[in-house]
Design a protein around this ligand. Structure first.
Ligand SMILES: CC(=O)SCCNC(=O)CCNC(=O)[C@H](O)C(C)(C)COP(=O)(O)OP(=O)(O)OC[C@H]1O[C@@H](n2cnc3c(N)ncnc32)[C@H](O)[C@@H]1OP(=O)(O)O
Ligand SMILES: O=C([O-])CC(=O)C(=O)O
Length: 371
């Protein structure tokens, strides 16, 4: 009889791979990124610092960060006529589906699609990190019959991303909140989308295919899609009382409440959610939307008392994006744009130390039938 290992539904707790990139240390309440703690990085660094950290293994100095930014800026533009792809899609196309299509189509323009070495993947990763924000923002504009917002070379990377989304140059404070959100979304060990990307890369398939699969994974509301669902729920609740009523209704109907719970943290608050909660507290005061902050806090309290469940990052990132004036349909694509970094680093690591993913099953069907 073949050797049997314990079956864990959803691979809960199963170690899928070795990695030097990141680790969720639940007991120490730390998200470790190449030896640094993500929340400390997000409080003190910029998204571009994390780009160099994850792709090259070290934090950049000012000069290195600025040369990395120049590299990215050279790659902002999409191939000629690329946007016509989005104008051919039905207007109802979900922005995550448009993004999935866009990344898949970009593969045809990649000069080094067969490159698998770390230096080669790093270069491709920069091209993806430069172009994906442009695809996210402008596929949305095209699907909404709005004018394309071309990237502005003179703006910093994250500021330009937010500018392309809203069409307005953000204030420094707005750009900082957005940059911080990109950092906390950038990498998170082995979520479903990262696993999907690594599984695809493990066949020696190219990085565009791996990322296309990861977009499909991230769209689901048990994963990245939850941030949009949270915002719809908050808007449906309207007031603190209305929101509490809505949550009780969902719990009574045995529905899952989006933005709560996590496979790894589950009985603890996601440290990234705590950071976004502070961002929301400040932004709510600035925008005179303390009511929104109170609503979120009331929801957090109710879920803790009723279910012993805590917010994950999506719960507090959603209202932050709302107050930054970002269309709700773009919350998950923005999550993906930020996560492009972690995904590229994981795909590169997979190529460097590859073993094809091919698990076994616990067969529960019949035997011995004959046609
Ligand atoms: C950035 C991110 O991607 S974070 C994840 C974002 N996703 C969400 O916010 C969606 C809502 N949350 C969930 O569905 C879950 O917490 C998950 C999928 C994230 C993780 O859950 P899993 O580890 O698969 O556990 P599972 O879904 O089986 O939940 C375990 C128990 O907690 C309950 N539970 C977990 N999350 C929730 C929730 N958000 N609302 C209500 N009940 C919940 C389940 O109903 C289940 O109860 P039961 O044992 O009585 O059936
Ligand atoms: O880790 C997970 O399973 C989901 C998550 O929080 C993320 O991808 O950021």
């Amino acid at each position: 009889m073949a050797e049997q290992t314990a079956y864990k539904p959803g691979l809960d707790g199963v170690i899928a791979t070795e990695t030097k990139l990141s680790y969720l240390d639940v007991d120490a309440e730390e998200i470790v990124l190449r030896g640094y703690e993500l929340i400390e990085l997000a409080e003190n660094k910029q998204y571009l610092d994390l780009v160099q950290l994850l792709l090259q293994g070290v934090l950049p100095d000012d000069e290195q960060r600025s040369s990395l930014e120049q590299e990215l800026k050279k790659e902002y533009d999409l191939p000629a006529d690329f946007f016509s792809l989005f104008s051919k899609l039905p207007k109802e196309t979900n922005p995550m589906d448009a993004l999935r299509t866009g990344i898949s189509a970009l593969a045809g323009y990649e000069k080094n699609l067969d490159g698998r070495r770390e230096e080669e993947i790093s270069k491709t990763a920069l091209r993806l990190l430069a172009k994906i924000p442009n695809i996210v923002a402008n596929s949305y504009h095209i699907l909404h019959d709005e004018a394309v917002v071309e990237p502005k070379q003179e703006l910093p990377y994250s500021t330009n991303f937010l500018y392309m989304i809203t069409g307005k140059e953000p204030t420094q404070a707005e750009a900082d909140y957005f940059d911080q959100s990109l950092m906390v979304y950038s990498e998170h060990e082995m979520p479903n989308s990262t696993f999907a990307a690594r599984v695809i890369a493990s066949t020696n398939a190219d990085i565009y295919g791996a990322l296309t699969g990861a977009v499909a994974s991230l769209k689901g509301n048990l994963h990245g899609g939850a941030n949009e669902a949270v915002m719809h729920m908050l808007l449906e609740g309207e007031t603190t009382d209305g929101f509490r009523h809505l949550l009780y209704e969902k719990l009574n109907n045995k529905e899952k409440v989006m933005g709560f719970g996590h496979r790894v943290y589950m009985k603890k608050m996601d440290p990234r959610a705590a950071l976004m909660k502070e961002a929301l507290r400040e932004l709510a005061v600035e925008r005179k939307r303390e009511d929104l902050f109170e609503m979120c806090e009331a929801g957090e309290q109710l879920m803790k008392e009723e279910k012993g469940l805590y917010p994950n990052l999506d719960y507090y990132a959603a209202p932050v994006y709302y107050l930054l004036g970002i269309p709700i349909d773009l919350y998950t694509p923005i999550f993906f744009a930020a996560r492009t970094l972690g995904l590229c680093a994981h795909v590169s690591e997979q190529y460097t130390n590859n073993k094809l993913f091919r698990p076994r099953v616990l067969y529960t069907g019949p035997r011995g039938l004959h046609p």
